[in-house]
Design a protein around this ligand. Structure first.
Ligand code: SF4
Length: 314
């Protein structure tokens, strides 16, 4: 499979709030996204997944690492080169209301990327907006209305229409359905699935919700406190998780079939705080399987039978 995106050893540090140290939001993360592939990234709030998403588009500049898009070094591009490359990499945010300018009509919002990149004549742009409304399941009358007139699901359709207006190759979807009701989530996921096939898109799909990630992803990457703790084909990671953190996440996914229900693993301790990353394995204060070495030595990723995880028990 041709790699559309490769990020190597990406890290991002921010100054700590107390002004004394640094927060390692993303720490030595490497990912590859193949053509037509959906890579799901899952983890709790504060694990660094949204910072990673923004770094892939250089909305946040990495502290170190490399990002290759179709083999081109994105971090070596100047502002105009990066602007041109953004045609191919677009992002959809969690809150469609906050990401849509309330003073612009839906047609203006969807046409904005075409205007910025000077694509087509006015008439061609109008036609393109009509086609995009159709593609995302909105009626033609929607173009003349404003974001506040729409429901959350419809607003996310508008956000998606804008993101695909330039016919990108890669969409970074940052919690795209988390703010929506479950029934609407399913509609948006079906829309994304349909668009992926029609437009040969690749997705980086970020979510804290493992059941959503399981549904959409070819491969799944699990993050904990800025690091990758498990990576592999979606089915293997979710049906036979290797890392105790992933095992806890999987155990919390509701299972309709009573025969398949597993005992829920409740993690002790506080949720992760990237300002205070524990030494050794960062998960050790909450890990039900921790052993002595976990407090002092950071585990490296090792290959299991089907996929990899970073745990001393492997
Ligand atoms: Fe748990 Fe130790 Fe594995 Fe970390 S390395 S996940 S603390 S067993």
């Amino acid at each position: 499979m041709t790699a559309v995106l490769e990020a190597r050893h990406l890290s991002k540090t921010f100054p700590a709030r107390d002004g004394k140290g640094v927060v390692r939001a993303v720490n030595d993360v490497s990912i590859t996204v193949g053509e037509g592939e959906t890579l799901g990234i899952v983890g709790e709030s504060g694990c660094g997944k949204s910072t990673l998403a923004r770094m892939l588009l250089r909305l946040i500049e990495p502290t170190s690492g490399e990002i290759l898009f179709l083999g081109e070094d994105l971090l070596a591009l100047g502002p105009s080169g990066m602007r041109a490359r953004r045609r191919d990499i677009q992002i959809v945010f969690q809150d469609p209301y906050a990401s849509l300018d309330p003073r612009m009509s839906v047609a203006q919002i969807i046409a904005e990327p075409l205007d910025i990149h000077g694509i087509g004549s006015r008439a061609e742009r109008r036609e393109k907006v009509r086609a995009l409304l159709d593609l995302v399941g909105l009626d033609q009358g929607a173009g003349g209305r404003y974001p506040h007139e729409f429901s959350g699901g419809q607003r996310q359709r508008i956000g998606i229409a804008r993101a695909i207006a330039l016919e990108p190759k890669l969409l970074v979807l940052d919690e795209p359905v988390s703010a929506l009701d479950v029934s609407i989530q399913a509609q948006i996921i079906n829309l994304l699935d349909d668009l992926k096939g029609r437009m040969n898109l690749s997705y980086v799909f970020i979510s804290h919700d493992l059941s959503v990630v399981q549904h959409v992803s070819d491969r799944v990457l699990v993050m904990y406190l800025g690091r990758v703790v498990e990576l592999g084909p979606a089915q293997q990671v979710l049906e036979a998780p290797l890392h105790p953190y992933t095992q806890a996440l999987v155990s919390a996914v509701p299972e309709i079939d009573p025969q398949q229900r597993k005992a829920r693993i409740i993690l002790p301790g506080d949720p992760p705080n990237p300002e205070h990353i524990p030494p050794g394995c960062a998960f050790h204060p909450r890990c039900p399987k921790a052993i002595g070495i976990c407090k002092t030595d950071m585990p490296v990723a090792r290959n299991g039978e089907t996929h990899s995880a970073a745990c001393h028990l492997l």
